[in-house]
Design a protein around this ligand. Structure first.
Ligand code: NDP
Length: 457
C-alpha cells in the first residue's frame, strides 16, 4: 500500500492526473522519489476521458460507415443500416473507464500515492487537498485546460467538447462553431455517422496550418457532404422547443438562422486551468493568455514550483505533455539536463480525410527564410478510390517545404488517408535533420501514398 499519511514529507506533489501529471509522477517515483498526485476529476485527463481516445473511437466508427460506401463501389452488397448510437456510446464509455482504471493501477504499481480532490498551494512547500495539507519540497502543476466558451450571446445554450460525450442520442442535425482541431474532428465524425452537420467558421479552417493544405481539406470536406459556412460572424445562440438555433451573418451581410437538436457545439479554443490553485499567493506568474509562465526547464516564477502540459499553453498536445513531464522528472531526480524541444512537433487533425504535419508551413518558412524556400507538391487520387465516382474521391495533397541553400526539409505536410500514420515516420527523418537529397535517396514503397514523399521532383 502506498503511504497516505498526511504527515509524510513528499519529494514531489503533482496537481493533476492527466497526461502531463501521470507521466511526471510515475517517472519521478521510478527514480526513487516519494510522490503524491492529486486529481479533482477523473484520472487520465482530457486525452483519455474527453479528448483523443473517445474522439478516435468516433472517428473509427465514422470511417467504417464511409468504408461501406467504398465497399459498395468495389462490389460488396451493403446490408447494414445506420449507427446504433447507444451501443457506440456504451462501448466508448467502457473503453474510457477501462483506461482510467488502468491509469490508477499503474500509479499504484509505480508507487505514486493518489489523493482525490482539488489541490491548491497553501504556502511554501504545502499543498492542500480537502482537509489534508501535504508537505512537498517540489510541486508540479499539471492541471490542464478547459474549453473556452466564445463571447457570443446565448453561448450557454451550446455544449462544449466536454458535453459532447454526454449526448445520449445521435443528433439529426448538428452545428459546430470553430474551424480548428476539435470542430473539424467532431464535425467529420458526426457527418460520417449520418448526422447532417454544419460548420460555422469565422475566418479559415486550420488558420495556423499551411493554407494550401487547409484549402485542400476544405474542398474535400465540402465535396463529401459537410456544409461549411465561412467566413461568418456568429450573432447569437438561442433555445428552441426542440433544441438550439444559431444565427450568423455571412460576408455579404446575409443573416441565416440554423436550427439543430441538442447538438450545437462550440470549439473555439481552450484556456488553462489556473483558478483556485493558490497561484497568486504563491507568487506564480501568469502570462497574457492566463497560462502559467515557465522557464525552459519548466520552473515557474516561484522556485520549486514547476508546470507542464496544457496549463502552460506550450503546444497543447498529449505527447508533448508526457515528454516534457518525463524530462522534468529526469532532471529533478536523475540529474539529467535535457529539456523539451518545441521545434518539429508533429501533429494530426483527425478530420476525414486527416491532416498530418511536421515542421514549418510554406507561409511560416517563407516568412523565416525569404527567397530561400523551395516547395514540392503532389496531388493525386490514389488507387483505393479507383472505382469511386469523382465526387466521393478523397484526393491526397502532399507538400515538402525545403530550404534552398541547405537542402534541409523544413516542413512535411499531408492531407489524405493515413496522413497521421505517414507523417509520424517523416517526423523522425526531420528530427534527424534529413535533407531533400536524403528523401530522394530513399527507396519508395510501392504502391503506397507515402511513397510520394520520396518521389517528388
Ligand atoms: P483551435 O485553436 O484548434 O481552433 C479554435 C477555432 O475557434 C479557430 O478556428 C478559431 O478561429 C475559432 N475561434 C476562436 N475564437 C472564436 C470566436 N470568438 N468566434 C468564432 N470562432 C472562434 O482550438 P480547439 O478548441 O479546436 O482545440 C484546442 C486545442 O486542443 C488545439 O489547439 C490543440 O492543441 C488541442 N487538440 C489537439 C488535437 C489533436 O492533436 N488531434 C485534437 C483536439 C484538440 P481563428 O482561426 O480565426 O482564430
Amino acid at each position: 500500500m502506498n503511504e497516505k499519511d498526511a504527515n509524510t514529507e513528499w519529494d514531489l506533489v503533482v496537481i493533476g492526473a492527466g497526461s502531463g501529471g501521470l507521466a511526471t509522477s510515475k517517472r519521478a517515483a521510478g527514480h526513487g522519489a516519494k510522490v503524491a498526485i492529486i486529481e479533482s476529476s477523473r484520472t487520465g485527463g482530457t486525452c483519455v476521458i474527453r479528448g483523443c481516445i473517445p474522439k478516435k473511437l468516433m472517428v473509427y466508427a465514422s470511417q467504417l460507415g464511409q468504408a461501406r460506401e467504398l465497399a459498395a463501389d468495389y462490389g460488396w452488397r451493403d446490408q447494414l443500416g445506420g449507427i446504433d448510437w447507444t451501443r457506440l456510446k456504451t462501448f466508448r464509455d467502457n473503453v474510457v473507464s477501462n483506461l482510467e482504471a488502468m491509469h490508477l493501477r499503474n500509479l499504484e504499481k509505480a508507487g505514486v500515492t493518489y489523493f482525490a480532490g482539488h489541490g491548491s498551494i497553501e504556502g511554501p512547500g504545502e499543498v492542500r487537498v480537502g482537509d489534508t495539507v501535504l508537505k512537498a519540497s517540489t510541486i508540479v502543476i499539471a492541471s490542464g485546460a478547459t474549453p473556452t466558451m466564445a463571447p457570443i450571446p446565448g453561448i450557454e445554450h451550446c455544449i462544449s467538447s466536454d458535453g459532447f460525450w454526454e449526448l445520449e442520442d445521435q443528433p439529426k442535425r448538428a452545428i459546430l462553431i470553430g474551424g480548428g482541431y476539435i470542430a473539424l474532428e467532431l464535425a467529420c465524425a458526426l457527418q460520417g455517422l449520418g448526422t447532417e452537420t454544419h460548420l460555422l467558421v469565422r475566418s479559415k479552417l486550420l488558420s495556423s496550418f499551411d493554407q494550401d493544405i487547409a484549402e485542400h481539406l476544405e474542398a474535400t470536406l465540402i465535396k463529401t457532404g459537410l456544409t461549411i459556412h465561412r467566413p461568418v460572424q456568429i450573432n447569437e445562440v438561442s433555445k428552441t422547443e426542440t433544441g438550439t438555433a444559431v444565427s450568423f451573418t455571412d460576408s455579404d451581410g446575409n443573416v441565416t438562422r440554423l436550427e439543430a437538436d441538442e447538438a450545437a457545439l462550440v470549439a473555439t479554443g481552450r484556456h488553462p486551468n489556473t483558478e483556485n490553485l493558490g497561484l497568486g499567493s504563491a507568487g506564480v506568474e501568469l502570462g497574457s493568455r492566463g497560462e502559467i509562465k515557465v522557464s525552459s526547464n519548466d520552473e515557474t516564477s516561484c522556485a520549486g514550483i514547476y508546470a507542464v502540459g496544457d496549463v502552460t499553453l506550450r503546444s497543447m498536445l498529449t505527447p508533448v505533455a508526457i515528454k516534457s513531464g518525463r524530462l522534468l522528472a529526469d532532471r529533478l531526480y536523475k540529474g539529467t539536463e535535457t529539456t523539451m524541444e518545441y521545434d518539429n512537433i508533429p501533429t494530426a487533425v483527425f478530420s476525414q480525410p486527416p491532416v498530418g504535419v511536421v515542421g514549418l508551413s510554406e507561409e511560416a518558412a517563407r516568412a523565416k527564410y525569404p527567397d530561400a524556400v523551395k516547395v514540392y507538391r503532389s496531388e493525386f487520387g490514389g488507387l483505393l478510390f479507383s472505382p469511386t465516382p469523382k465526387e466521393r474521391t478523397m484526393r491526397c495533397l502532399m507538400k515538402l517545404v525545403v530550404h534552398q541553400d541547405t537542402d534541409k526539409v523544413l516542413g512535411c505536410h499531408m492531407v489524405g488517408p493515413d496522413a497521421a500514420e505517414i507523417i509520424q515516420g517523416f517526423a523522425a527523418a526531420m528530427q534527424a535533420g534529413a535533407t531533400k537529397a536524403d528523401f530522394d535517396r530513399t527507396i519508395a514503397i510501392h504502391p503506397s501514398s507515402a511513397e510520394e514523399f520520396v518521389l517528388m521532383s
